[in-house]
Design a protein around this ligand. Structure first.
Ligand SMILES: C[S@@+](CC[C@H](N)C(=O)[O-])C[C@H]1O[C@@H](n2cnc3c(N)ncnc32)[C@H](O)[C@@H]1O
Length: 198
């Protein structure tokens, strides 16, 4: 969890303050895999007192991954890395506040999933989600060629409200997208883009 802690730290310190004025937040975590990323986001939103006014959609085209994500159980052996990442991401409590351990597995608190809807969705062939304020799609574009990347950027552009944020993985970029003029890159280091008002 909290993979690339610098990303979550930046999100907490620089993006959350810009979106917290919205009365209700719709968030899409696209390509959520087995759920670590979306639960990390849930923890961050809880700590920023935003979780209760969020709706989070977590999607992936791999149904097995979605099933694992819904279970919210991870091997105890991963805990050391999770704790380090959480601390480096600017966690405000201790990571142990969010889970209990049983039979070699860590069970995340069920409350973390309260606002998350998990569903199957193929970014290449399925439709857009309406009026999202924040989209996370990290480490997914690496699977796509340029044509597919453009298709998915269009999908996100249709799904994101003006002033909303799109977060990509550290090795991904909008550089070759025809839509890049619709966005402002808000950090040199992080691949986070804000959709312009146009
Ligand atoms: C490397 S994982 C990234 C997980 C998470 N976003 C993160 O950064 O920790 C990539 C995920 O993208 C998903 N994926 C790949 N192609 C996809 C597609 N066409 N539609 C939806 N998800 C896709 C894979 O199933 C996988 O779960």
């Amino acid at each position: 969890m909290f993979r690339d802690p610098h990303f979550f730290k930046f999100l907490r310190e620089n993006v959350i303050p810009q979106i917290m004025a919205w009365p209700y937040l719709k968030i899409w975590c696209a390509g959520c895999a087995t759920g670590e990323e979306v639960y990390s986001l849930a923890i961050l939103l809880k700590e920023e007192n935003l979780y209760d006014r969020c709706q989070i959609y977590a999607t992936d085209y791999n149904s097995n991954s979605i099933d694992i994500a819904r279970e919210a159980q991870y091997p105890l052996g991963k805990m050391q890395v999770f704790v380090e990442n959480y601390n480096n991401a600017g966690g405000k409590k201790t990571f142990a506040d969010y889970y209990h351990a049983k039979y070699g597995m860590v069970h995340l608190d069920s409350g973390l999933g309260k606002k998350i809807v998990f569903s199957h969705h193929n970014l290449v062939s399925d439709g857009s989600f309406g009026e999202m304020n924040l989209i996370l799609c990290r480490n997914v574009f690496i699977y796509f060629n340029q044509i597919l990347q453009n298709r998915v950027f269009e999908l996100f552009d249709q799904s994101l409200c003006h002033g909303g944020f799109l977060c990509l993985g550290t090795k991904e970029s909008m550089e070759f997208s025809g839509l890049k003029d619709h966005y402002t890159k808000i950090s040199d280091k992080e691949t986070i883009f804000k959709k312009k008002y146009y």
